[in-house]
Design a protein around this ligand. Sequence first.
Ligand SMILES: C[S@@+](CC[C@H](N)C(=O)[O-])C[C@H]1O[C@@H](n2cnc3c(N)ncnc32)[C@H](O)[C@@H]1O
Length: 249
Amino acid sequence: MAYRDFNKPDQTPSKTDPSGTGAGRTVDTRLVGGSMALRREHGTATQLTGTYLHDPIFNDADLVALKAWCDPADPRPLVVEIGFQRARFARAFCEANPDVRYLGFEIRKKFCEDADAWLVRGGVVNARLALVDARACLPMVVQPGTLDTLLAFFPDPWWKSRHMKKRLVSGDFVAEAADLLKIGGQLLVKTDVEGYADWAEAEMRSDARFEVARLDDPAADLPPTQRERACGLHGRPTWAVRAVRLIGG
Ligand SMILES: C[S@@+](CC[C@H](N)C(=O)[O-])C[C@H]1O[C@@H](n2cnc3c(N)ncnc32)[C@H](O)[C@@H]1O
């Protein structure tokens, strides 16, 4: 399925708060809930309880704990997934790879709490979950050049042209990924929307620090996500684009 309107989106990062109450403060319209700083200032702290759960927007200790989890001095590979939702991938991946550090981001509280319970039941010990827009938090907790793998599986397509700027994969996102990944590290995007795969590939190719390729078999090597499993069951095609961080650039 191709995008109905496949134009370059408006990448304008911010606009003046239309309510006028912020006296010139800006709102990043791409982020869910706006920037972390604004949410902290004006939002209500989330009541989150769980074994692996972190609320880095409202809880300083959680932000510190996530930074410690991503400490580059830790020799275990660091793998980040954006939008883990039902955590089907997270649980299978963590169980199969007990020597990696998994960090998952999700913007929905219910998914965070359900995922936490599922990971605890599975006896997983190498996962941390953060309730926050990954784009706002990733550069705060991961040091440049220290990330092994960044996974974005079946991100929301944001079909309408006026919503294009909300798409996870964008020029800014790709540049941030290139900054954070190690040499040889990878950004992997999977989708069941062919137009989104085209879109993601073009955005990834726009950064000279990446070598970009489509995977012949999107389902190979890694456990399936919830959506990927549903696609398989219904015979729906999927696509995967991988960008590997090159030396230099
Ligand atoms: C279409 S679902 C796919 C879920 C899962 N990856 C799968 O393949 O089954 C996209 C998920 O990403 C989450 N999400 C969207 N944007 C996000 C962001 N910027 N940071 C963290 N999570 C995000 C949404 O809440 C949603 O749960």
